[in-house]
Write a protein that binds this ligand. Sequence first.
Ligand SMILES: Cc1cc2nc3c(=O)[nH]c(=O)nc-3n(C[C@H](O)[C@H](O)[C@H](O)COP(=O)(O)OP(=O)(O)OC[C@H]3O[C@@H](n4cnc5c(N)ncnc54)[C@H](O)[C@@H]3O)c2cc1C
Length: 138
Amino acid sequence: MHSVLGAQILVGFISGSQGAYFDITFSEEELLRRAKESLRSMFPKKNFEIVAWKGTRWLSDPYSRGSYSFENGASTLEDRLELFRPIDHRIYFAGEATHPVHYGTVHGALISGEQAAAAVHNRYCCHRDLIPSTPWNR
Ligand SMILES: Cc1cc2nc3c(=O)[nH]c(=O)nc-3n(C[C@H](O)[C@H](O)[C@H](O)COP(=O)(O)OP(=O)(O)OC[C@H]3O[C@@H](n4cnc5c(N)ncnc54)[C@H](O)[C@@H]3O)c2cc1C
């Protein structure tokens, strides 16, 4: 995080099913032990002094219930398009998981929300195409 915060902070990500497993299985101490083990294997000649640390558990957090979708090796682009497909033109879906390219990101969630809103507008409002007024459409 040095280039962003100017501080000696390391951030590690564990995603997918392994992230879910870590979230519900390991104690804080075990997470720290494993993080140190990873650092030692990456930088065997360096000595690290960890002065503070924080582990997050997005899956266990009742206000989040997860973080973002991931490719499990068997999922396809069509699966994401299927998630985006409205039901009977009554229920529309958006969110990072529905975007075929920018899944797992804020901009994927934003673009898919804009596309869903435009689809609703185009079907139920003025019966003319809406070109969303967003920075990337100007
Ligand atoms: C640690 C971390 C760092 C990240 N860093 C970046 C980054 O640098 N850049 C970037 O582009 N993206 C980043 N992301 C990803 C980004 O945050 C997500 O892709 C984005 O927030 C997804 O938005 P969304 O609206 O699709 O879903 P969410 O923001 O996850 O919204 C889903 C909402 O649905 C609610 N919900 C879940 N289940 C239910 C239910 N059964 N009933 C009612 N509500 C429910 C949840 O509480 C949540 O409020 C990061 C994510 C994490 C966790």
